[in-house]
Ligand binder design. Structure first.
Ligand SMILES: Nc1ncnc2c1ncn2[C@@H]1O[C@H](COP(=O)(O)OP(=O)(O)OP(=O)(O)O)[C@@H](O)[C@H]1O
Ligand SMILES: Nc1ncnc2c1ncn2[C@@H]1O[C@H](COP(=O)(O)OP(=O)(O)OP(=O)(O)O)[C@@H](O)[C@H]1O
Lengths: 216, 216
């Protein structure tokens, strides 16, 4: 799909719209406020002022030509909800809606939102995760039970070979990549000596990764 | 560090506090509003109502015993700014502050915030990235120039061996792991046949990863 519609040009909505445009997509921005539409119209393909709870108004801008619409109306939950319902009534294939809390999230999913995002809640969770594992740089989840973790090499492993660290037996993690300055060592050999400043990319079960991430 | 203080118990602040507690840390929550403090006091170690722009009030709760304080006061930028300044004046080692936009971010960094987060902006960017690469499940950045991407195997590669896909030459990406149902194949062999439903973990430069992510 080459085009997206974003309804509600608050901070979250504007960010979605701008980043999609930056990735080469066509974005239609919709907001109740003409001033907001005016100030934003230079940033995206097209922006129109209308009340998105109004199905007729949505039809006028050909909303059904979009298969994904993002609803980013925050404070006014009733409008957020009514817009989501209107979009599903019009047959929009994928409606992604923002919610402020879990109660709102449940209601939106019940009325047909395909996905509900809580930006502040997610951002808080991410920050907490980063603060909890200070050596950790980034993490991705691989299925429900495993993770790939990027972290600075723990001090206690520096100057050992990978074989000596015996990570798979001691911690249950596999080293996929060692990044050393600009060099990437993929599937590094057993005699690879870990150095100060190395960045490791490791794979393991979530539990093993959590333990390994706290190594000093 | 086993303890954190979170000032401003809005949605973002509460989420940071709750997730840190869930990870076993001690959290002191601070908010201007006694009702908010009251309702939140069951969720975290301790919560107190005070005006965080007041250095004397901060000293009374022994704020200097924390080496990381998160400032999550959103709407009232002046309070957000004054609290950040007060904390740095009191010698707090790491102050992480929330900002609503880039202008605020610049000002906060200038007065000494060690890190500034824009939750709604970041969440919008993440959603846009996900929508831009639909096969992509997760991504982590490895240095400034490389990424590790997790994605569903593109249809066009199914039934080919890794050798046949020739990914390193055609797309510049290396397959680190193939996840097949619950099995993880690390550093899979060249004769590994890709199957429908496989999940790939690949490494490459940001550019190569971006192209590969759009394969059908
Ligand atoms: N019925 C409606 N139709 C179209 N746009 C609407 C409607 N109701 C509200 N909006 C718009 O939605 C936008 C976002 O709403 P609001 O600012 O309340 O959300 P927010 O959650 O505070 O935003 P953010 O946190 O993303 O900055 C506003 O610009 C507002 O004009
Ligand atoms: N001077 C202050 N001292 C302590 N707490 C404060 C002060 N000023 C504001 N707060 C608190 O900060 C909290 C968060 O502020 P606010 O709700 O404006 O932010 P927000 O950005 O809308 O929050 P979120 O988006 O995270 O829900 C409020 O609960 C408010 O009581």
């Amino acid at each position: 799909p080459r085009e997206f519609a974003v309804i509600g040009l608050g901070r979250f909505g504007r960010s979605v719209a701008e980043h999609l445009e930056a990735n080469g997509y066509t974005v239609l921005g919709i907001d109740l406020s003409p001033q907001i539409v005016q100030s934003f119209s230079t940033h995206i393909t097209k922006a129109v002022a209308l009340d998105a709870t109004n199905e007729e108004a949505l039809k006028l801008v050909d909303i059904t030509s979009f298969d994904t619409v993002i609803v980013a109306i925050g404070t006014d939950f009733e409008s957020n909800l009514m817009t989501t319902v209107a979009l599903k009534n019009l047959g929009i294939k994928r409606v992604i809606t923002k919610a402020l809390n879990r109660r709102q999230q449940e209601i939106l999913l019940r009325v047909g939102a395909d996905r509900v995002i809580r930006p502040e809640f997610d951002a808080g969770k991410r920050l907490a995760e980063e603060l909890s594992a200070p050596a950790m740089l980034e993490k991705l989840h691989l299925g429900a039970e495993h993770s790939v973790l990027e972290l600075r090499v723990p001090k206690s492993l520096v100057w050992q070979t990978l074989a000596q660290t015996d990570l798979r037996n001691r911690y249950g993690v596999t080293v996929l990549v060692v990044k050393r300055a600009d060099k990437l060592l993929v599937s590094p050999p057993a005699d690879c000596i870990l150095q100060q400043g190395d960045i490791l990319v490791v794979l393991g079960s979530n539990e093993d990764i959590a333990h390994f991430a706290r190594l000093e």
